[in-house]
Design a protein around this ligand. Structure first.
Ligand SMILES: [Zn+2]
Length: 356
């Protein structure tokens, strides 16, 4: 069996397709790009699916089935190994997870390339190569990319032909017009890309591609691995980690330590772990002089036992601004920074967010 240019490579059946119900999206191999390892595919509407000859039928809850249809009349693409059609099938199929496309995509005139991640790839470099923004790659592949630092080798990324981000309708009745306005982008391009009119009322959960839109800055910072930086830029050692420990003040008690203690000389500069707004700069019996900074995406961070506070409530601080100096104020046994990160007001282990 050979794979001809123009052959339909996969048919995605998506019964819970939101928007217009029960349609098919098929993907055509239109070009193979050997230099980059990318396959260009284009989605097109297919209302009844009757004309679709599938090479690979990808069913929403079944495994990939390879069609035995003999396709010998097409032009053989020299890049595809005709002797090993199974390999080709494997390369293409995982890039089109049925549940992903079925539930997250509205039919669109956009075309997508499928790219297989190689050693050394970064989202930044791929964005440059394909001429789209990093936001675009993060947004469209949010199920695959959890961090720019951990692009999985051999995982497949979808690369849209134009920059933009996916938006999921939050409540019935939102329109492309209202969504585009909220995201500061022109409606016309998104109308064309999504094949829907600006005023059409969309159902909750429908996902549309907003041409030219940018991702929420906090989300992008987090994904790009830049949301959290070390609060100390000079030498320290960790004197106590997050979690249960014997109380440093009463050895008969086990207490939960809600942060990480970073021991270093008194007077060492403290920087916010991420940019944000100072919401507290004051004194507590436990933390002594302390500061809380509110960040993007529901994160906050606390810095305790400072000898000196060098910011005030309401300041917007960046990761290169000194917000205080290390000390031993409050309940402390020696100079150190007590550092906590909160997600939605619940303390989390900072070491799950950055290497300390
Ligand atoms: Zn502590």
């Amino acid at each position: 069996m050979t794979l001809a240019l123009g052959t339909t490579a996969a048919v995605i059946h998506h019964n819970n397709y939101s928007g217009q119900g029960g349609g098919n999206i098929d993907f055509e191999i239109t070009e193979l790009l050997p230099q980059t390892g990318a396959y260009e595919i284009s989605g097109s509407d297919d209302d009844n699916g009757e004309n679709v000859e599938s090479l690979l039928a990808v069913n929403s809850d079944e495994d990939i089935v390879q069609d035995t249809t003999d396709q010998t009349d097409g032009e053989l693409n020299p890049e595809l190994d005709a002797e090993n059609p199974d390999i080709i099938a494997e390369e293409i199929a995982p890039a089109l997870p049925a549940e992903d496309i079925a539930e997250n995509y509205v039919e669109t005139s956009l075309s997508y390339k499928v790219y297989r991640v190689k050693t050394g790839d970064t989202v930044g470099a791929l964005a440059k190569d394909f001429g789209v923004t990093q936001d675009t790659i993060f947004s469209v592949n949010s199920n695959v990319i959890t961090s720019a630092m951990s692009l999985r080798i051999n995982s497949f990324l979808k690369i849209p032909s134009t920059s933009g981000v996916l938006y999921t309708v939050q409540k019935d009745g939102e329109t492309l017009e209202s969504i585009c306005k909220k995201n500061n982008v022109e409606t016309a391009k998104s109308e064309e890309a999504n094949h829907i009119t600006a005023t059409e009322k969309l159902k909750n959960g429908t996902t549309v591609f907003l041409v030219g839109a940018k991702m929420d800055r906090g989300k992008l910072l987090e994904l790009s691995g830049e949301l959290f930086k070390k609060p100390l830029h000079s030498a320290y050692y960790i004197s106590s980690r997050y979690g249960w420990r014997i109380s440093p003040f009463d050895s008969s008690r086990r207490t939960h330590h809600g942060g990480v203690d970073m021991a270093c000389p008194k007077g060492t500069s403290i920087y916010p772990t991420s940019e944000g707004k100072v919401i507290t700069a004051g004194w507590s019996g436990i933390y002594g002089n302390y500061v809380i900074v509110q960040h993007h995406s529901g994160y906050k961070s606390l810095y305790g036992h400072m000898s000196q506070i060098l910011c005030k409530k309401g300041d917007y601080v960046y990761t290169n601004n000194v917000i205080g100096k290390v000390g031993s104020t409050g309940q402390s046994t020696g100079p150190h920074l007590h550092f906590t990160i909160y997600k939605n007001d619940k303390a989390i282990n900072p070491e799950t967010k950055l290497a300390l």
